[in-house]
Design a protein around this ligand. Structure first.
Ligand SMILES: Nc1ncnc2c1ncn2[C@@H]1O[C@H](COP(=O)(O)OP(=O)(O)O)[C@@H](O)[C@H]1O
Ligand SMILES: [Mg+2]
Length: 389
């Protein structure tokens, strides 16, 4: 009752105790939002819709019952809830203006503080909401393929991956070879692995569950991966199982390096379907041009049917013994046939490449200062330079 008797002697326009600390604070907040009308003008005009209305619903909790019993100037009692849902154009506010004049005159003063708070708070939150939408960066997926065995696929996958990691990149290696040499070369026994890529490819287990952390992160192989091709053969989308699995972790890595078996079967097809780039290690001593043409044909089939974006990043001469005439000739033949596709980097023969896996380490860790380690650092630079050009 004190409520009514205080208001009666004061018809609209409303009066505000400008000295009150809350009002001062609210006005300061209002000044910080230049596009909104000044506090004074708002006493006579309908409240602009939009952010105001949305916040009205939350502020009504703080204001308690006053919210429904004392609607804002120019707003019908029932309209504030509706506006909160419907939104916000000025036309909808004008509609509510048709409410009885006495409603507008009766209850002016007590609404102003809330009226000021709501839009300011709401405006302050808006930029934060848009800041949260940073575009997700996706990993570059590189497959290391050559259906010939013993050409340094596994050695290249691991050492290039570690060289990427040394230069500050987040790297995942995927061991898609049932022999598990990559897994072994990080000191993990494929015979003792409980969950492996077999479970990912055949049973759709999330790839995160089989990733182990070593020099780089590694999705491990187990001996039963040998049965994966047959187990997958009846599965719908069997060529895309790895691609699908990698999507879950694409935002966690800058590079995913996939080691493949020495065949062009379903496992290698999964790698080439998931990859955007292919690196082809070639042992120059036993250069097989026929093998490379066969690989190119497989890749063309994948481009046409499964992955139009995949392309050869480069052909890498490995195990080069520069003293022999034969090796020099082999590189020349490669360059004549594949031109710029042949990397400028050369991986020379070094006994360290055979020693490091026995210690469960990359050459970059096993003998960091060796020239063997530097061959792969050079290759990493070349790949990264191609990446940015
Ligand atoms: N640059 C090199 N110099 C000497 N030996 C190497 C070199 N690169 C790899 N090797 C060795 O050659 C063998 C075959 O290499 P690997 O990477 O397993 O080939 P792939 O995976 O193609 O079968 C391994 O014993 C490896 O240690
Ligand atoms: Mg291998």
């Amino acid at each position: 009752m004190g409520f009514l008797s205080r208001k009666k002697p004061k018809p609209a326009p409303l009066e505000i105790d400008e000295e009150h600390p809350i009002v001062e604070e609210l006005q300061r907040m209002e000044e910080a939002v230049p596009e909104r009308p000044a506090a004074d003008s708002r006493t006579e005009e309908p409240r602009p819709a939009g952010p105001v209305v949305e916040d009205d619903s939350s502020s009504s909790q703080a204001a308690g019952e006053e919210s429904s019993s004392t609607p804002p100037v120019g707003e019908a009692p029932a309209s504030s809830g509706q506006a909160a849902v419907q939104g916000t154009d000025s036309a909808s506010v004008e509609d509510t203006d048709s409410s009885p004049a006495e409603v507008a005159e009766e209850e002016p003063t007590r609404l102003m503080p809330r009226d000021l708070i709501a839009p300011s708070r709401n405006d302050a939150f808006e930029p934060e909401a848009s800041e949260g939408e940073a575009p997700a960066k996706h990993a570059e997926v590189i497959a290391f393929a050559n259906q010939k065995g013993g050409v340094a696929k596994t050695t290249t996958t691991l050492n290039l991956a570690v060289a990427f990691a040394e230069s500050g990149h987040r790297v995942l290696c995927v061991d898609l070879d049932p022999q598990g040499n990559l897994t072994m070369s990080q000191g993990i026994d494929p015979d003792k692995v409980e969950k492996s890529l077999y479970d990912v490819l055949v049973n759709d287990m999330p790839i995160r569950e089989i990733i182990q952390k070593r020099e780089i992160d590694i999705a491990v192989a187990s001996i039963d991966l040998a049965g994966a091709e047959i187990a997958m053969s009846t599965k719908i989308g069997r060529e895309r199982s790895l691609e699908k699995a990698l999507k879950e972790v694409a935002g966690d890595y800058d590079f995913v390096c996939i080691d493949t078996p020495p065949s062009l079967g379903l496992l290698t097809i999964n790698a080439l379907t998931a990859a955007s780039k292919v690196i082809v290690p070639v042992q120059c001593e036993y250069l097989s041009m026929r093998g490379l043409v066969q690989l190119q044909n497989t890749l063309r089939m994948i481009q046409e049917n499964l992955n139009p974006d995949v392309k050869i990043e480069g052909i890498l001469p490995t195990m080069l013994d520069s003293r022999t005439v034969h090796a020099k000739e082999a590189v020349e033949i490669l360059e004549e046939n594949f031109g710029d596709l042949v990397f400028r980097s050369r991986i020379k023969k070094a006994i360290k490449f055979a020693e490091a896996p026995v210690k469960g380490a990359s050459v970059l860790k096993y003998d960091s200062g060796s020239s063997a380690a530097n061959y792969y650092r050079e290759l990493a630079k070349e790949v990264l330079a191609n990446e940015s050009s």
